[in-house]
Design a protein around this ligand. Sequence first.
Ligand SMILES: [Ca+2]
Length: 336
Amino acid sequence: MTSPMTPAKARAEEGIALLVILLLLTVLLLMAFEFAFTSRTEVDMAGNYRDSTRAYYLALAAIDEAIRELAEPADFCFRDEETGEVYFARNTDPPERVDSLVDWARENRQRRGLELDGGIYSYSIRDEDGLIQINRADREGLVQLLDVLGVQIGTERDEIVDAILDWRDLDDLRGLNGAEDEFYNNLEIPYSTRGARFETPEELLMVRGITPELFYGSDSQPGLRDLITVWGNQRTPNRFTAPIPVLIATHGELEADQIRIRREDAPLTSGHGRSRREVLSSYYTILAEGQIAQNRVYRQIRAVVQVIGRGGGGAATVQVIHWDDAAAVPPRRVIP
Ligand SMILES: [Ca+2]
């Protein structure tokens, strides 16, 4: 026969039951929170992925827009000295006065903040032919280039110049102050010289003596990447679109100044005794951006294109020769 529970024992069991229920409730609550958090994170991730993809396609739209602009018939080009961009026009298009050309271009060739389907896209076009072709520059040209970049101590400059020459030449013979595979093979992470043309500007960072400071420059000093190109095959930079430090390196300060003044004073049209071929370049960099406005998701594409057959006055063929959509490439520094 069982004896009835004493009131004290009954209260104790009720207390235990209450505790168990409270514990269970806590566990359930934690599980609910965890579930809400996980699904929230997954929703966020899916949202980010969606926005990133949309931003990428907006950047693609920007590339298309730039290619359309480059394929249009053009008679001449000019440089916006403030942004470093180049614009194109027909002789019949633009205002007469050169100082208003850039204003005209900014108004008629909208490249920023273009709206499409809830997003924004922008692009810029820069002339690769207006830069120094690092694969063709000779010793003297490289010395002048480094001089403009502030590397003015003879030995330091010669070491970099010879290392650049050794990097692209076919032989294994070390230049007087150069570096061949024996140097690079003994680095902590060993590699070899290319023994051929530089394929991207960034490859210069692998050459002995070229520091990130020298390559990227600073706010007060242009860097190598602002003045050189690896695309195209021009012997001398297009003087109508070259940044002034490039002109100083290739023509000397006096002539660079004269070119600058002429660029400001006279329209550089084919009607002024120059052929289109001479004025218009073939290789351009397009920097395209797509952005979803509300949450600042942002994608960038750098494409280098070759424009073929524009000299005839008709529409040109535009071929993409380099494509970079992974790394965020800081735009080239604007050099007055
Ligand atoms: Ca060599």
